[in-house]
Design a protein around this ligand. Structure first.
Ligand code: FES
Length: 162
């Protein structure tokens, strides 16, 4: 019973902070993008309930809001991990072993690149050139660039993420 109650609480979103933002943008043209950005800062991603609420309050169609949310890479429609690991597989990193790093991390985390662990600890992504080719192979872990990676080191760093 306790478990069920906890799940129910987790699944109920508090829309009050979103309402405050929507109030700020009331009647402002072009509000969809800034409101989506602020909503994502609050919830970590953009759940359907949030998109529906934004559409209703801004008086635009849900498909319009979805269109914006899916067009820009900065918006996430699914829940993200507490940590984000982006491994570069651009040309320089690829030739210096990025595929092995990606495989090692996929195996360690039990997910494929582009996915999030079921406990929402880590989201693993592959990107193509982080602009640090001189340090290849490179990954960015929670915003910190880590260069000259080898699979063992990458796995160690990921294990340290709580
Ligand atoms: S190719 Fe990986 S940082 Fe440029």
């Amino acid at each position: 019973m306790v478990g069920e109650a906890q799940t129910a609480v987790e699944e109920t979103l508090d829309l009050a902070p979103l309402d405050q933002i929507l109030e700020e943008y009331k009647g402002t043209p072009g509000a969809v993008i800034p409101v989506l950005q602020r909503a994502q800062e609050i919830y970590g991603y953009l759940p359907r309930e949030v998109l529906t609420h934004i559409a209703e309050k801004l008086g635009v169609s849900l498909s319009q809001v979805y269109g914006v949310a899916t067009f820009y890479a900065q918006f996430y429609l699914t829940r993200r991990g507490r940590h984000t690991v982006r491994v570069c597989d651009g040309t320089a990193c690829h030739v210096r072993g990025a595929p092995k790093i990606i495989s090692a991390l996929e195996e360690e985390l039990g997910i494929k690149a582009g996915e999030t662990t079921p406990d929402y600890r880590v989201t693993l992504e592959v990107v193509y050139c982080l602009g640090s080719c001189g340090l290849s192979p490179v990954a960015v872990i929670d915003g910190h660039v880590v260069g000259r990676l080898i699979p063992e080191k990458a796995v160690r760093l990921i294990r340290d993420l709580k």
